[in-house]
Ligand binder design. Sequence first.
Ligand code: T46
Length: 140
Amino acid sequence: MFANVQEVVFAEHGDVRGKLIALETLSSVVPFEVKRVYFIYDTTPGTVRGKHAHRQLRQMLLCVSGACTIECEMPDGTKSKHRLDWPNKGLLVEGMVWHNMKEFSKDAVLLILASEHYDEADYIRDYVAFRQLSNEREWQ
Ligand code: T46
């Protein structure tokens, strides 16, 4: 597993009534203060979202309903693919990870916990610029 992308399994509290997952800020599974929550739903079949990296932002992604796939590319060029298909599966995505979200099921609701408020200046939306920036610096 790459240092900038980490699959996380959340503890499920289950009994005969069903299941519950609790996510606490600054915990071992959400290692940052959550300043923003947003969610993606009602996606167009076949759509690919994302196609960017963040400079600093730290995010935890999970599908609270349905499923989707997250594709990641690290600064060193290595790639990984993660299927989020149950609410207890999370993906911690740190800065400088080019990521795409795709293969959304019809009922998918992708929830994202973010470490910072929305800031367009933190986005790298040009892939060539992402590769150039990656090559300029040494990354773990
Ligand atoms: C990310 C992936 C996982 C806001 O106004 N506030 C917000 O907090 C966000 C996240 C978006 N927006 C606006 C900006 C755009 O006009 O919502 C519109 C759609 O955003 P975007 O095209 O960036 O959405 P995705 O699905 O490509 O990417 C989003 C997040 O933007 C991004 O940070 O990592 O989900």
